[in-house]
Ligand binder design. Structure first.
Ligand code: ADP
Ligand code: MG
Length: 324
């Protein structure tokens, strides 16, 4: 099968935050790619570099605070690491949209929703005020918001968390971007609302053939909403593949640990499993496999860094052999 060209390509990317005493090596050769219309999860414990990867994809990290030491990052073929500020202003919103965990920080608290939506819509599209209003209303309707006019007349604080996140998704789709990056978009919401919001996001993405990078620390969300998944640890991918394959036969001990921590996996009443130990200090990363100090299956070979390998599209960075 011929794959269409990738929407997002991150290839062997390494990034550090230099500081006076020590340098945090936050990304260490991360590689991932997204094809049109795919919904792809990125999962890993806190501190594994998920948000830094997302922010760098839009070049939203404070310039001069970080250093890219290797690799490349392309969006629709464009080298994002070399893009000028003027190019970035065009790319953001039009080619890539981003949704964050807490929409209160992305929305201006002092302005009504409608005015903020019109600003975003008219930034990239030459529409009259009336046309932009029409567009805003239809975007909100697509998010199954029954009374778009009332929402547009509201201030952000007057809406529930779930409603604010629906507004953010509507805004993210306003210019029909081929790529949407959602960083823990529903972590602040309760489980029922979380599910509703992600169902809407997926419905909209499927209808527009939008590629979605869904960043989460919740394996249950990945299994429900994603086609493929990348598992990140200390700024690198340790396993990736189709969600059904990774869930059914996780190959990396780290992925196995994340899955064992899922509530559904434990017997009722049994204690939830968690991976022992902690993510290592990124300023003093061990050489070799960075997971080996926490791994029950570590062996002498783990002193060398394992590269991604595997059959077909399910790969892991681990020296262990997997059964047939
Ligand atoms: N601006 C920054 N300066 C220094 N270190 C940072 C900065 N932003 C993130 N980090 C560090 O990078 C690591 C990865 O962070 P992040 O990408 O937010 O992790 P995740 O989203 O997977 O929880 C963390 O150790 C974090 O402290
Ligand atoms: Mg994060």
């Amino acid at each position: 099968m011929n794959m269409p060209p990738a929407v997002l390509v991150i290839d062997n990317l390494s990034l550090e935050f230099p500081a006076w005493r020590s340098t945090a090596k936050v990304l260490n050769g991360v590689s991932l790619r997204l094809h049109p219309g795919e919904i792809v999860g990125v999962i890993g414990e806190s501190g594994s570099g998920k948000s830094v990867t997302a922010l760098l994809s839009l070049r939203l990290l404070a310039e001069h605070s970080y250093r890219v030491t290797a690799g490349q990052l392309r969006v629709l073929g464009r080298d994002m690491l070399a893009a000028s500020e003027a190019q970035l202003l065009k790319v953001r919103g039009r080619d890539i949209a981003m949704i964050f965990q807490e929409p209160m920080t992305a929305l201006n608290p002092t302005r009504r929703i409608g005015r903020q939506m019109l600003d975003v819509i008219r930034h990239h599209q030459p529409l009259s005020k009336a046309q932009a209003t029409e567009r805003a209303v239809s975007l909100l309707r697509d998010m199954h918001i029954a009374d778009p006019e009332a929402v547009m007349a509201s201030y952000p604080f007057e809406l529930s968390g779930g409603m604010r996140q629906r507004v953010m998704i509507a805004l993210a789709f306003s210019c029909d971007p081929p790529l949407l990056i959602a960083d823990e978009p529903t972590t602040a919401l309760d489980v029922t609302v979380q599910r509703q919001v992600l169902l809407l996001l997926r419905e909209k993405a499927r209808a527009r053939n939008t590629a979605v990078l869904l960043i989460t620390h919740d394996m249950a969300l990945v299994s429900q909403f994603c086609d493929r998944v990348y598992v990140m640890y200390t700024g690198a991918v340790v396993e990736h593949g189709p969600v059904h394959a990774v869930m059914a036969q996780p190959q990396h001990p780290y992925t196995q640990g994340l899955l064992a921590a899922l509530p559904g996996q434990a017997r009722p009443g049994a204690e939830l499993h968690s991976i022992r130990g902690q993510v290592p200090d990124l300023a003093e990363l061990p050489s070799g496999c960075t997971f080996r100090e926490r791994c029950d299956k570590a062996m002498p070979a783990c002193a060398q860094r394992p590269l991604l390998r595997g059959h077909g599209d399910h790969q892991r960075a681990c020296w262990l052999e997997v059964g047939p």
